[in-house]
Design a protein around this ligand. Structure first.
Ligand code: ADP
Length: 182
């Protein structure tokens, strides 16, 4: 089983859910930039307050902040890890590449969880997180299309992309992911 992983996909595709299950079962470190940023927000730090404003609009927080968070974590990471929510644009992907070269742990696979927009919107509205309202969701989907989806081609060219259909039951999606990484 591959164990240096990146989960990619639009908001609401189920990355976080699948990443949690996968890391628990295979003992990987789960590095979710969304979760780490929400921790920063709850801590009430100045950086957290700044990030909260951006997140509530559905925009991307600065590459600088995200990179500093990820860099700190990657320095002490185990042999098995799963990145979720990062990278989200080409600049972050390039930075990740150099960070991973530095620690000599190249990515083994990128799992793209695909899902049609109308399902995504329905799921996010049901979840009802603070940044899950109609206008903000629309913004997040647009940003995904514009900034994040170019990474799909990038990893396809590297030959490490696995595409998974996310519009199915959680356990069905999970076993598709396992099969693709086995
Ligand atoms: P979702 O995948 O449902 O959008 P996340 O928990 O991954 O949820 O992210 C929530 C918010 O956190 C994003 O809308 C964005 O504002 C911020 N965020 C998370 N990861 C990054 C990142 N790598 N770069 C910039 N902003 C990020």
């Amino acid at each position: 089983m591959k164990k240096k992983l990146l989960f990619l996909g639009p908001p609401g595709a189920g990355k976080g859910t699948q990443a949690n299950l996968f890391c628990k079962k295979y003992g990987l470190d789960h590095l979710s930039t969304g979760d780490l940023l929400r921790d920063e927000v709850s801590s009430g730090s100045v950086l957290g307050l700044k990030a909260e404003e951006v997140m509530n609009k559905g925009e991307l927080v600065s590459d600088e902040l995200v990179l500093s968070i990820v860099e700190g974590r990657l320095e002490n990471i185990n042999e098995g890890w799963l990145l979720d929510g990062f990278p989200r644009n080409v600049n972050q992907a390039n930075s990740l590449k150099s960070l991973l070269e530095k620690i000599n742990q190249p990515l083994e696979a990128v799992v793209l969880i695909k899902c049609a927009d109308d399902y995504l919107i329905k799921r996010l509205l049901e979840r009802g997180r603070k940044d899950d309202n109609q206008q903000v969701i629309k913004n997040r989907l647009e940003i995904y299309r514009e900034k994040t989806s170019p990474l799909i081609d990038l990893y396809k060219k590297e030959g490490i992309l696995e595409e998974i259909e996310g519009n199915a039951d959680i356990d069905v999606v999970f076993s598709c992911i396992e099969k693709s990484l086995g």
